[in-house]
Ligand binder design. Structure first.
Ligand code: BES
Ligand code: MN
Ligand code: ZN
Length: 501
């Protein structure tokens, strides 16, 4: 059951738990409604570091949880998300809770932003995926009130934070669902349901239409599977145009998500270990669909187009073979030398379709390469692109959203590594094993025409192996917050700013 988030000027009655933020040195925020027992905290080694929390016994059976914020000068949105998460994890099975956010707060974090971040942290930490668990779980947080003096500002932040967290949890659910259940057809049904519920227009291409529309990359990858592929397109049209837009042009961004519902590697088959988590290979698709679900509620002013090519990658008797050549939607051909490099093949079609729609920008999100995990680890996504302005917008959005990315180059000199003997390019690079995230990025760049484009390789952060802060073992929903923030602030990028290549 989702948590009901509200705002209040004073502490509600009948609380089970109350969160009190404190700065390093055990300095409470001015105006918090309860006195804190410093000696008790010190005895237990609580230092109020960011992400630290300690439960105290309060009056009237209320568990008071002191929540660390770290040093005042360093408090930002991410500190507050971590504080919310620490509170949710420490307040145990409290059903009714409040979190105190009194007026005085660190510079640069206004009331709405602070409330939004705290609520995100709480809701994301409270997430569970229990669909396939037999035993009933103990109940968790049901109601949470953010308490402070500027209720109007807090309230707007609470609503926004709760809505964004709901979208992230939706993406997590889609990814955590087993591949046997979350097939391409099921994903297309999810898109139809979203369109119905949130007023989006939807187009689904089935396997016949995929072939007749010339989506040879998607059709090629799907050949080895008994499950048919789908191409999902959703369009969000804002009801009120962006302020200050005189010429009637609505800034438009296309989001493309990799939707491999299971990646066995195909005939270039993965190892058992390498395959274990490959239901996660539709995390880009999940991030894009979840983003689309929230745009209307958040009154986003930009137009947003979502394109999700989705299929399994399996080694069946009709599977694409190393050496086969596929013809992509935009007419370019790709020699498939490794069937496990399938993401770029389906994205090539997705990006071609996105470019045809002539948006102001294209952003794709994909669990694309193990090489990106080697380069940046499990918590940072790779960011590549062909336009400095757009790359800057994505980077800024990711910083505000608390989803770290690192800008990687797309070096012109590396392009010769993907030259093919027989086709326009091949799907892997020689020499093998060097700069694999960049090779994949270079291939994707062949399908966006001259549209400003950015690529997020989320192979590392899409999944977590730890229950920590506001993430859980399994799907993280990485990308949703960045895409929502990007769409919320989107402005057509200046064309004359090619990114470093
Ligand atoms: N889905 C994988 C990438 C991946 C790896 C995601 C690990 C998450 C964790 C992708 O389709 C893939 O298999 N890429 C290959 C490309 C190679 C064959 C050029 C890889 O990274 O090994
Ligand atoms: Mn693969
Ligand atoms: Zn893959």
């Amino acid at each position: 059951m989702p948590i009901a988030f509200t705002t209040a000027g004073e502490l509600p009655h009948d609380l089970d738990a109350l969160g009190i933020p404190v700065f390093a040195g055990l300095e409470p925020l001015p105006g918090v409604p309860v006195e804190i027992d410093r000696r008790f905290c010190e005895q237990r080694g609580f230092e109020a570091k960011a992400g630290e929390a300690l439960a105290l016994q309060g009056d009237d059976d209320v568990t008071v949880v002191v929540v660390g914020l770290g040093a005042l000068e360093e408090v930002g949105r991410e500190t507050l998300r971590k504080a919310g998460a620490a509170f949710a994890r420490t307040s145990g099975h409290a059903a009714a809770a409040a979190f105190s956010l009194p007026g005085a707060r660190p510079a640069g974090v206004d009331a709405g932003t602070a409330a939004e971040a705290v609520v995100e942290g709480i809701a994301l930490a409270a997430y569970e995926f229990t669909t396939y668990k037999g035993r009933a779980r103990p109940t968790g947080l049901e109601r949470l009130s953010v308490v402070g003096d500027d209720a109007a500002a807090l309230g707007a932040g609470v609503v926004r934070g709760a809505r964004i967290a709901e979208a992230v949890c939706m993406a997590r659910d889609l990814v955590n669902e087993p591949a046997g259940a979350m097939t391409p057809r099921r994903l297309a049904d999810v898109a139809r349901e979203l369109a119905d519920r949130h007023g989006l227009s939807v187009t689904i291409l089935d396997e016949v239409a995929i072939a007749s529309e010339g989506l040879g990359g998607l059709a090629g990858v799907a050949q080895g599977s008994d499950e048919p592929p789908r191409l999902i397109e959703l369009v969000y049209q804002p009801s009120s145009p962006a302020p200050g837009v005189g010429d009637g042009h609505v800034p438009t961004v296309a989001l493309v998500g990799k939707g491999i519902t299971f990646d066995s590697g195909g005939l270039s088959i993965k190892t058992a270990d390498g395959m274990m988590t490959m239901k996660t290979d539709m995390s880009g698709a999940a991030a894009v669909l979840a983003t689309m679900s929230a745009l209307a509620d958040l009154a986003v002013a930009a137009k947003v187009i979502a394109i999700v090519p989705t299929t399994e990658n399996m080694p069946g008797g009709r599977a694409v073979k190393p050496g086969d050549v596929l013809k992509i939607r935009n007419g370019k051909t790709i020699e498939v030398l490794n069937t496990d490099a399938e993401g770029r093949l389906v994205l090539a079609d997705g990006l071609s379709l996105a470019a045809e729609a002539a948006p102001d920008a294209i952003v794709d999100v994909a669990t694309l390469t193990g090489a990106c995990v080697v380069a940046l680890g499990r918590q940072i996504a790779g960011l590549m692109g062909n336009n400095e302005d757009l790359v800057g917008q994505v980077r800024g959005a990711s910083e505000r959203a608390g989803e770290p990315v690192w800008h990687l180059p797309l070096p012109e000199e590396y392009r010769k590594g993907i030259e093919s003997e027989v086709a326009d390019m091949k799907n892997i690079s020689s020499p093998a094993g060097a700069g694999g995230a960049l090779t994949a990025g270079l291939i994707l760049g062949e399908f966006v025409g001259d549209v400003p484009w950015a690529h997020l390789d989320i192979a590392g952060p899409a999944r977590s192996d730890a229950d920590e802060g506001y993430t859980h073992k399994g799907a993280t929903g990485f990308g949703v917050r960045t895409l929502i923030e990007l769409a919320s602030q989107f402005a057509a990028p200046r064309r004359e700013t090619p990114a470093h290549r």
